[in-house]
Write a protein that binds this ligand. Structure first.
Ligand code: FRU
Length: 325
């Protein structure tokens, strides 16, 4: 019989938070469509230098294709370029580099998301109100783009809105301290826009520490399903809104396989999504649960098939041994 060529795909994630975990489990769903694909995952814990080492070692190990979400553009770009120059195709996922040396991109338009969140914030405040923006960890393209889109739309608003931008790091902890400190200094922002939901929850908790959370609104990005994530915080009223930052991880391996098998593919793949507010949080949550169930079922099926195949293989060996004996 003919042995199918096996492909090995390396996925280099900048971090391992809820968004990445959802993405990675979807990537595995995409992998199940093929019987000849292995996927290796790495997480850089938001450390660009660690990510460079992980990418270099994946390339040294001979992966056929790389999927990368760069932790920060400056540090990680050279490793991506090195891989690309060696002939390893690169799919940038959710975050870009400043270089043209990549094969394809799949992710959302973060400038558009920034603009969209600014429109929402503008609708929530009055002329003359103060607003705070808390960014993600410095140096990645979503941070720069979300900020740019947000400020651009605020500047065009008929309402006069003063924005103070504070530097977050994707965590809950840092924005909690930042918000507490900011309020303690006497500032009274009406609305806080954070680059992810964890930060928005942190800002909410920091305001709560000052007893001021009821006077304020907190909005984030990600809109993740499940316990202790954005959609739940919107349902509970801690956050006023979040943007569901699309993962669509299941599209990655098919895109990778088109590249590897020299089939046509689209270089730039822009994912779109929607806002979640208290009005639709319940239905979003319901649909998410349904989706998680389906994903779990597919994984279970796949693992069962894997077990049957292994069982079959070992029975074949036992049978052969029995014949030999
Ligand atoms: C997850 C994350 C999200 C954010 C995205 C931006 O790792 O930090 O919270 O929306 O990355 O790339």
């Amino acid at each position: 019989s003919c042995q199918q060529h096996r492909y090995r795909i390396g996925v280099s994630q900048c971090s391992n938070d809820g968004w990445r975990q959802k993405a990675n489990s979807e990537i595995k769903i995409g992998q199940y469509q093929y019987s000849n694909v292995d996927v290796v995952f790495a997480s850089a814990e938001n450390d660009g230098r660690r990510q460079v080492a992980q990418i270099d070692s994946m390339v040294a190990d001979g992966v056929d294709l790389l999927v990368v979400s760069p932790s920060d553009t400056k540090t990680v770009s050279p490793a991506i370029e090195r891989a690309y120059d060696k002939g390893v195709p690169v799919i940038l996922y959710d975050r870009m580099t400043q270089s043209e040396k990549y094969t394809a991109f799949i992710g959302a338009d973060n400038v558009a998301i920034g603009r969209y969140m600014a429109q929402f914030v503008i609708s929530q405040v009055n002329n003359g109100d103060d607003v705070v923006e808390i960014t993600g960890l410095e140096g990645s393209t979503p941070v720069e783009e979300r900020h740019r889109g947000f400020m651009e739309t605020i500047a065009k608003s008929n309402k006069h809105i003063k924005v103070t931008t504070l530097q977050g790091d994707w965590t809950i902890k840092t924005p909690r301290k930042l918000m507490y400190q900011f309020l303690k200094e006497g500032h009274r922002p009406i609305c806080v826009f954070c680059h992810n939901d964890g930060e928005a929850l942190g800002a909410y908790l920091g305001a709560k520490d000052m007893g001021l959370e009821k006077n304020m609104k907190f909005v984030g990005i990600d809109g993740l399903p499940g316990p202790n994530q954005g959609v739940e915080w919107v349902r509970e009223g801690k956050l006023t809104a979040s943007y569901i930052y699309p993962t669509k991880g299941e599209k990655i391996i098919p895109l990778a396989m088109n590249i590897l098998q020299h089939k046509p593919f689209r270089r730039i793949n822009i994912l779109t999504s929607a806002l979640v507010t208290k009005d639709n949080a319940t239905i979003v949550d319901m649909q998410n649960r349904e989706m998680l169930n389906q994903t779990a079922k597919i994984s279970e099926l796949y693992n069962n098939i894997d077990r049957y195949i292994n069982l079959y293989q070992s029975q074949k060996i036992i049978l052969v041994m029995a014949v030999i004996v």
